[in-house]
Design a protein around this ligand. Sequence first.
Ligand code: SF4
Ligand code: SF4
Length: 374
Amino acid sequence: MHFYVTLTTRCNLKCRYCYGKSLEDMESEFGNFEIDYSQPSTINYDLEVLTSFLAKCPELPTVIFYGGEPLLEIEKMIEIMDKINAGKFMIQTNGVLLDRLPPAYANRLHTILVSIDGDPTLTNFNRGKGIYQKVIENLRLLLKRGFKGEIIARMTVTEETEIEKQVLWLLFNDDFRFKSVHWQLDALFGKRDFEKRPFAQWTEKIYNPQVQSLVKFWVEYMETHSEVLRIYPFLGIIHSLLHNESSLLRCGAGWKMFNIQTDGTITPCPVMAGMKDFYLGHINHTSPSQIRKVLVKEPCVRCDLCNLCGGRCLYANITKLWGKEGFRLVCKTVKNLIERLKEAEPRIRELIRAGIISLKDFEYPRYNSCEIIP
Ligand code: SF4
Ligand code: SF4
């Protein structure tokens, strides 16, 4: 099983899409859901309780450190890594404090997902002056100190993003080349932003066509370089097409992956922390195999794409903060992504048959905090 361990609700940055939205939505009602705003800012449970909870997992758990910014709680993270017998440790971080993590612990991480939105101009516009440079400096240091795991650039994509240009920047710029890239649309998270944003025009005129062009580039690169670039949304869907497999919610939230919030309560994912209707137990008295599962409902269960999309996001499926129209617009991006990859599938199969690339090139670790469907 996979568990996010939320180390803190605090953050050291004030990114536009996250901090800005939280201010806007502070006063707005949150549908019919009761939200508990009283979670402690840092872990208030005994780590022995966490240890014995995770020890009851049927197989060694994967632990993903999460926040807020988890590296604000380095001491706690180290304590957990010392105490817990996990199959893998991962972290999702803004990267600013990575230089403070002792190499003995950094090098034990299987995966580091670092928030970066593309080139310096875009990243610093969203995340703050000098953040891009600081993050890259820290990643270089990490590699110099012997980190051998996977570093995934995790982009938040907004109407400011030219997706093709920014993904290619992350993969090929001379400063620091990321080997893995994932992105998530800044969509359906806040209640008040939809009407103010040009989301519909942007998806139609910029995002969807550029995803198409990026898929084309991805396949051409396989042909010319015998290499499958690790662009996670593409990897996940093509893997399913090649293996003729269907998927439940691809991030795993609510059925394969859960979050332990700072007071020890279990929720489907960190974004659903505080949503009392979705409290699934507590590490004090619930064992991992007893956690109630939560699956996506309408409209996903009746959608033709559900076997490949998986429902995109449990939080969005439940809250529908942008109403029907907003939800439908996001689904159109999913449809575009899947259709473009289906069109590419025959050529990819040919390349595999010709031995230019192999099926193995499309393998990726599941539930590693890449949601696959942006
Ligand atoms: S495309 Fe939309 S409706 Fe269909 S499964 Fe995905 S999120 Fe649900
Ligand atoms: S995709 Fe949605 S449900 Fe899944 S982890 Fe992200 S916010 Fe949670």
